[in-house]
Design a protein around this ligand. Sequence first.
Ligand SMILES: [Fe+2]
Length: 198
Amino acid sequence: MGSNGRSTNGKSQPLYATRIDLSSELRTKVIAILNHSLASTLDLKTQVKQAHWNVKGLQFYQLHQLFDEMASELEEYVDMVAERVTALGGLAVGTARTAASQSILPEYPFDILDGKDHVIALAERYAAYGKLVRESIDATDDLGDADTADLYTEISRDIDKRLWFLEAHLQTSVEEGVAAAVSEVAEPKAKKTAKRAK
Ligand SMILES: [Fe+2]
């Protein structure tokens, strides 16, 4: 949806009158951002459910439960995002067809079974969705809607946490870059500055 109040499929969407102290121009732009991310949030929720139902292997039960928790969280975000649209006087566009056509995520693979493959598939999608949410924080903040930016910030924190949960299943060795960063933290900054001055 562009800034002219029209969706990307060319159909105009209503903007309802409200007493809220945000201009219709700002609301139209923020609603477009919200509806865009609503599609991906819905898509991600269904993909996490797909993993919840189909995961197999020795870690079946814990992953089955973890994925269910994650899907429930995403359901809450769907509601938060959609209801922010309506609070701004917009039309929340949250059908399965819209989600499928406007999501930024690729389709979930149907040919994977093992827990690790599902964790990798979800980690890739959480990373992409997390990037979209972070971009949405900046975009809505730049427009001057601190409340929507705050809503996205809340989602962003939880998505980063879930990405950590997923990646913790995969992180079995320390990467070189990470090791270097850890040693940098271990070495006091003052000591390094003193060294440089010599
Ligand atoms: Fe279930």
